[in-house]
Ligand binder design. Structure first.
Ligand SMILES: [Zn+2]
Length: 337
């Protein structure tokens, strides 16, 4: 016999209200809601506690990584906090200004894993003329803390999210707050390049989809967002599955909003959600736990007559990136039609 506490939290969620549950009935109401929710999210994630810095940058090396010609850069994002990232450029023949695509990684590795596992998508983006950046998030890849560091394959797949969450909580910070701050600073650097057109897209799988969702929700510079394997209602996916990684949890979030509201903050920008019918991280009701949240997001897009900017691509697999339709989505988003 175990006397567990999970049902207590489920009841707490069911009996409570999300403070910023989406209810806006006009673009004006939407704008006021968006400003207020963003301010609250910046507070509870600790994003507003991050410290600006000079943004020291270095091109460390250039070489072949997982079949790509990749530049290894570092960028200081807070004083003494350094983010490495791979940068890949399209063929010189394209010339002129280029759009930018950031691909944050998920769990199970850092930036190198993106090149290994999402190589087809990166190649498509390069063919479309994108400059592609793949950063290491805090606690992953070359940013792992002791004792997760090491070159053995199983070691490379590990991350330090638990350590960073525990440290951060005591300073009012979270893992996702730090990750979004770093993506914002990467966007600063990328968009300031002479070659950058100003169009910025972000796409990620799982934890990379989580970073993409929060980044696009909090930063209007993201012109198009693709999230795969991460758009689920929190009740089924995080409260019923609290064994998920510490980076998924933000103080007071279950009292504040749900995934549908994060999606609604992206309106009316092009937003692509990829789901696997058998993704266990969606919870026991699977895709229904995605469509319910997307319905909330759609209500926001409808206020702008922009429901067509949402794409929901459902495949028959599990927790996996397929990429079907993403190239066409990016092309359409760039043209703005
Ligand atoms: Zn994590």
């Amino acid at each position: 016999m175990y006397y567990t506490t999970l049902n207590y939290y489920l009841n707490l969620f069911d009996s409570g209200k999300r403070e910023f549950a989406f209810q806006a009935k006009s673009p004006e109401e939407y704008d006021a809601w968006k400003d207020a929710l963003r301010a609250r999210l910046k507070e509870i994630t600790g994003l507003n506690r991050c410290v600006p810095c000079g943004g020291a940058h270095e091109l460390v090396s250039t070489g072949e990584v997982e079949g790509f010609q990749a530049e290894y850069h570092t960028l200081e994002t807070e004083p003494g906090v350094v983010m490495p990232f791979y940068l890949m450029r399209p063929e010189a023949a394209f010339g002129g200004k280029r759009p930018v695509l950031i691909i944050p990684h998920g769990h199970g590795g850092g930036k190198r894993a993106v090149l290994a596992h999402q190589g087809k998508f990166i190649r498509e983006a390069l063919e479309e003329g994108f400059i592609v950046a793949c950063p290491d998030a805090r606690g992953s890849g070359d940013r792992r803390e002791f004792p997760e560091q090491g070159d053995a394959p199983e070691q490379e797949r590990m991350n330090s999210h638990r350590e960073l969450m525990q440290l951060g909580l005591n300073f009012g910070r979270t893992v996702i707050g730090g990750a979004v701050w770093d993506l914002m600073r990467l966007a600063d650097w990328l968009l300031a390049r002479e070659e950058a057109s100003g169009f910025l897209a972000c796409a990620g799988m799982s934890g990379g989809g989580q970073q993409t969702l929060w980044f696009a929700a909090l930063d209007d510079r993201v012109n198009a967002a693709i999230t795969s394997g991460y758009f689920y209602g929190v009740r089924d996916s995080l409260i019923e599955l609290p064994q998920n990684c510490a980076c998924n949890f933000v103080p007071h979030f279950f009292e504040t909003a749900d995934m549908g509201e994060l999606g609604a903050l992206i309106a009316p920008r092009p937003f692509f959600v990829e789901s696997g019918e058998n993704d266990p991280l969606a919870g026991r009701r699977r895709v229904q736990n995605v469509t319910e949240q997307l319905d909330v997001t759609r209500a926001a897009y409808r206020l702008f007559g922009a429901e067509g900017e949402i794409v929901h691509s459902v495949h028959g697999g599990g927790h996996e990136w397929r990429g079907d339709g993403m190239r066409a989505f990016l092309k359409k988003a760039m043209k703005g039609d």
